[in-house]
Design a binder for this molecule. Sequence first.
Ligand SMILES: [Zn+2]
Ligand SMILES: [Zn+2]
Length: 182
Amino acid sequence: MKNLSPRQREILKLVQEKKDLSIEELRQALGISQATAYREIQELSQMGVVAKIPGGISQIESSSDRCVQCRGETNARTTFIIEQKDGKKLSACCSHCGMMALSNNSNVSTAMTIDFVYGKMLNVSQAWYVLNSAVVLCCSPSILSFSNREDATRFTQGFGGEVMDFINAQKNLNKMMTLIQI
Ligand SMILES: [Zn+2]
Ligand SMILES: [Zn+2]
């Protein structure tokens, strides 16, 4: 990192830890005045190391390894990949976000999810899903993917949840998410 003052490094560290901070949080964390906080944010955002958001700062998002749906970090164990007809690849953090992203995308060519037990990639339409089990690795309600129905069923015997094929899993997820929003 070039030419950052010790205070700017400190700010950058805070932003990396917390992802975003309000001016007030920044002011308190560093014991600086509001004017100084504004000035530092201005400088750091001009250098392109942080992003200015209303009332504060946030981490710059490196789009490639962030979930297309929730902007969270993608996770190798639960990753979900959408390939668009234009060749663009989108990754989602888990089947939950992947299915949400699929329902909002009319440009999908294929989509792949990863088997929770064996870690191999599967076409989403061939996978089986366990919704709402006690194992929440990423987004909630959790959705885990399995390459066959038996593994999925066995999993629910230990951890609860419901086994569904792709169509039903997506339908149920959309329903649950609508209920949560109300
Ligand atoms: Zn996500
Ligand atoms: Zn997720």
